[in-house]
Design a protein around this ligand. Structure first.
Ligand code: SDX
Length: 378
């Protein structure tokens, strides 16, 4: 008996997992059972990536080895750099990232997914190289030289260095690293599900991550963070907030950075991102967009709370990245750099007990129609 059709598979379990859990009613997000508030306050992105991948916090030795393995694999082949140089400057960074990640896999043989040792090194390479690719396209497209990674810098420090060619401020590094933790994993979201569908065919992990990048790009998913900045800039002034939002809602257009399939309260990541924003602004000056964002949130809640629509992770993340001088259309690529940890954790979990994804459909078309010769068709 076919199951009932659920648009967007809303509420339909697609896997069993122990990686993360979301309580949409209480606004709780846990990675391997640890609250996201604790991880952003006490952990680092790489340690959190280890937790997600291997279901345990690493010992000192394990963390040193994992950190060292990632640091030594940050470089990308010069042919990938040349490929990035050949891409159109006005192209979207997520397209560049997806193209480069798909090509990356061509350089690494032994991509069969039944070998845990292979899988470890594939995961290390992808986590290590995505930031290098993101920074490379950001610089090359604006006419700057590619800056090679430094293996003596921390993960986030190295990314911000590759982007600016200057050693970044430690406070900014710490805030950026917390942002990566917040974006690392989120149960069965669209890009994770997309990656798992590809993984279920036993495609290699580079292709899996390239698939997930494609899904993340969409404005209803990871692409919302850059759309929020565009919305705030379109609103322009605090006085313009209400009329802008009312016009959007009247036109049945979603407000970017608001709403969520699971959260029916404010996304706990948005709460933490606001705290990170305040910390950043205290350290390096307030963003003019922040007051506008707060007023937008206040008015949106007035207009939407009866639908239980609240700010999600994408609403404040862009303001933080913008204040760090990161180009707006690179925000989603940063989301992808972080979510690679979650995508790969789900991939490793699925490879332990894989089953090809092949859902059903409810056919509503016709049967037994005759083929009509061309000259008889109206
Ligand atoms: C991410 O799944 C994940 O975990 C994703 C993510 C992750 O970490 O991986 O959390 C990251 O993608 C966050 C979401 C980023 N996207 C946006 O900010 C785009 C704007 N958001 C909406 O498009 C929407 O909220 C969705 C797509 C995110 C979720 O929509 P759903 O679950 O399909 O819910 P729905 O569209 O059925 O909404 C229910 C009601 C509707 O009103 P009615 O038709 O019942 O009258 O709420 C309304 C919607 O119109 N609504 C909104 C709204 N979101 C929902 N109305 C205005 N603006 C919005 N943003």
């Amino acid at each position: 008996m076919p199951h009932d059709f659920m648009p967007g598979l809303a509420g339909v379990p697609a896997a069993r997992s122990t990686i993360s859990d979301v309580n949409g009613e209480t606004g709780v997000l846990e990675y391997r059972g640890i609250r996201i508030e604790e991880l952003t306050a006490k952990s680092t992105f790489l340690e959190t990536a280890y937790l997600l991948l291997f279901n345990c916090l690493p010992t000192r030795l394990e963390l040193e080895k994992f950190t060292g393995d990632v640091a030594l694999h940050r470089r990308i082949k010069f042919k990938i750099v040349d490929m990035i140089k050949s891409l159109p400057e006005q192209g979207h960074p997520m397209d560049a990232l997806q193209a480069a990640v798909a090509a990356l896999g061509m350089f690494y043989p032994g991509r069969t997914v039944q070998d845990p040792e292979n899988n470890y090194w594939s995961a290390v390479r992808l986590i290590a190289k995505l930031p290098t690719i993101v920074a490379a396209f950001a610089r090359i497209r604006r006419g700057d030289e590619y800056v090679a990674p430094r293996d003596d810098f921390e993960f986030s420090e190295n990314f911000l260095y590759m982007l600016s060619e200057r050693r970044p401020d430690p406070i900014v590094c710490q805030i950026f690293d917390a942002c990566l933790i917040l974006h690392a994993e989120h149960t069965m979201n669209a890009s994770t599900f997309c990656g798992l569908i590809t993984a279920s065919t036993l495609a290699d992990p580079y292709t899996v991550v390239a698939s997930a990048i494609g899904a993340l790009k969409g404005p209803l998913h990871g692409g919302a963070n850059e759309e929020v900045l565009a919305m705030l800039r379109e609103i322009g002034t605090i006085q313009g907030v209400r009329s802008y939002l009312e016009a959007k809602l009247k036109a049945k257009q979603p407000l970017m950075g608001f709403g969520h399939r699971v959260y029916k309260v404010k996304d706990p990541r948005a709460v933490i991102l606001q705290q990170l924003a305040q910390k950043l602004f205290t350290h390096c000056g307030k963003s003019p967009l922040y007051a506008l964002a707060e007023e937008t949130e206040r008015v949106a809640l007035e207009l939407l709370s009866q639908k239980r629509v609240y700010p999600n992770v994408d609403f404040y993340s862009g303001i933080v990245y913008d204040a760090m001088g990161i180009p707006t259309d690179t925000f989603t690529s940063i989301f992808a750099m972080a979510r690679a940890a979650g995508w790969l954790a789900h991939w490793l979990e699925q490879m332990k007990e894989n089953k090809l994804y092949r859902p059903d459909q409810i056919y509503e078309g016709e049967h037994n129609r005759s083929y009509l010769p061309l000259d008889q068709r109206q």
